[in-house]
Design a protein around this ligand. Sequence first.
Ligand code: AMP
Length: 279
Amino acid sequence: MKIVNSLSEMQKLSWGSFVGKKVGFVPTMGFLHEGHLSLIAAAKQSCDIVIVSIYVNPAQFGPNEDLERYPRDAIRDFDLMKPYEVDCVFFPSDAQMYPEGYKTWIEVKDVSRILCGASRPGHFTGVATIVMKLINIVKPDFVFMGEKDFQQIAVLRTMLKDLNHPAEIVSCPIIREKDGLAMSSRNAYLNEDERQRALSLFLSLQKAQALYRKGIRDSETMRREMSSIICAAGGKIDYIEFVHPDTLQSMQILDVKAWIIIAVYMGKTRLIDNAAILA
Ligand code: AMP
C-alpha cells in the first residue's frame, strides 16, 4: 500500500504505470468504518488497481459546520485498509488541493439546491469540485460511492454526464450497525444517549416501508408517522422527503420506485439516512 502525499507523484502514477489498467477509486474523508471498507472491497473485486483518497475537504463545510472537529486518524485508517491490499492511498494537503489564488468551482444546478443542498448552501459545490479534481488527478474508470449519501451520487452522476466524463459511479448499499443505525464518521459525535435515540431514523424508515406494504400511498401520512417516531426520540427533523431515485423530484403519491430520504439533528449532530420504499 503506497501512501502518496504529493499531487505530482499521484499524477505520475495515474498517467504512467496505472495506464491501461482498470482503476477503481474510493474518495473518502477518512476516519474509516465498515461502510468505507465495503466500497474498497467492491473496488478490489472488480478493478486491477484500487486507489483510496483521504481528504477532509474544507470547501464542503459551511462556516458554522464541523470542519475543525471532524474526526481524523490517518494511522488508524491505514491499519484498517491494510487487509484490503489497496494499491495506493492519496492523502493530499489543503495547500495542494486549494493553493493560493484558487478560483474554479463546479456547480450542478437544481439537484444541488434541494434536500441537503437547501440546508447546507454551497455543500454540493464543494463536493462536486473536489470529486472532479480528484478524478482528474486519479483518472479512475470507476468511482465507488455509498448510497448513504444518496443525493451526492445524483449530483456527481449529473456532473460527469454534463462534463462528458467517462468515469462511472458504482453505487454501493448502506452498511449499518447491528441495530440498524447507518454507519457514519459523524456517529463518533453522539453520546451514549444520543446514539440510542439515533436509531429512530432507521425505525422511521422501516415504519414507512411497513405502511407501504399495508397499502398507504400518500406521502403526508407517511411523513406524519415517521415524524412522530423521530420526535418521540428527541430528534429535530431537517427534512423527510419522498423522491424519485433518479431525479430526486418530490413524490406526493408514492409508487414502487419511491425513495425515502431523511436528515435529522440528534443533539448537535446532523444525521442522514435513506431507503427504498419497497424493502
Ligand atoms: P465520507 O468519508 O463520509 O465522505 O464517505 C466516503 C464514502 O463512503 C462516500 O461514498 C459515502 O457515501 C460512503 N459511506 C459513508 N458511510 C457509508 C455507509 N454506512 N455505508 C456505505 N457507504 C458509506
